[in-house]
Write a protein that binds this ligand. Structure first.
Ligand code: C5P
Length: 220
């Protein structure tokens, strides 16, 4: 492990999308490359943290030097987070599917040849961030959520921070015209109890480095 301000600190990072199976060959998911979560984990490792990196099926390879846990579904991600606790900080960068298919079909759903359409029933997934934020015992000292918004970014993210009970929200504007989703840059606003701080648009690696620095300061 690297020497640095986070030496001896355990940080959990969730990243990537979750895949919620419909049947053995189909799933529903959010769009997420895993790039920002991966960059953040790498930056935390560089500052000396002991990082548990819990990732859904992402487009980018996981960072080196982490305790890597691969999951598919939101429920598996929640179990992995619980198994990784306790932690000094937890950062929830994953794009978790809000819903799963209520009952996964054990066999591939077939077209019946008469044009009748399958109807999927959904169930709500557990909110992993809210659950950890509201832990009565053993809550990480710092809990950070992400908010991908397409309009009124600061207002929506500030409300989300209160609703989830986390310490910070990293808000970003993912309107299609920004090109942020799947791109290499990000423009974020860091929302804390005492207000919102908008950072200039910069590379996801730079966002990660700056965020890791902020986390190190908050834990020091
Ligand atoms: O409510 P929304 O999905 O916009 O919240 C985003 C934040 O909550 C992210 O930090 C995401 O990782 C986290 N989240 C979670 N579990 C869910 C849904 C979102 O941890 N089921």
């Amino acid at each position: 492990l690297a020497d640095g301000p986070l030496k001896g600190r355990h940080v959990i990072v969730t990243s990537g999308p979750t895949h919620e199976p419909i049947d053995p060959v189909r799933y529903i998911a959010n769009r997420s490359s895993g790039a920002q979560g991966t960059a953040l984990a790498r930056a935390l490792v560089a500052l000396g943290a002991d990082v548990t990196f819990i990732t859904g099926p992402a487009d980018v390879p996981p960072p080196a030097g982490v305790n890597l846990v691969r999951v598919q579904t939101a429920r598996q991600m929640k179990e992995a987070v619980e198994a990784a606790l306790p932690a000094d900080a937890a950062v929830f960068a994953a794009a978790v599917a809000d819903w799963r298919v209520a009952s996964e079909s054990a066999s591939k759903i077939k077209k019946d040849g008469k044009g009748s359409l399958p109807v999927l029933e959904f169930a709500e997934n557990p909110d992993i961030l809210a659950g950890v934020s509201r832990m009565k015992q053993g809550r990480p000292a710092l809990v950070v959520g992400f908010a991908a918004e397409t309009d009124d970014v600061i207002a929506h993210a500030t409300a989300k921070r209160a609703r989830k009970g986390c310490d910070w929200i990293v808000a970003n504007d993912v309107s299609p015209e920004t090109g942020i989703m799947g791109g290499s840059e990000n423009a974020v606003t860091l929302i804390r109890e005492d207000g919102a701080e908008s950072w200039p648009r910069m590379g996801k690696d730079q966002v990660a480095n700056r965020l890791a620095q902020e986390i190190a300061e908050a834990l020091s």
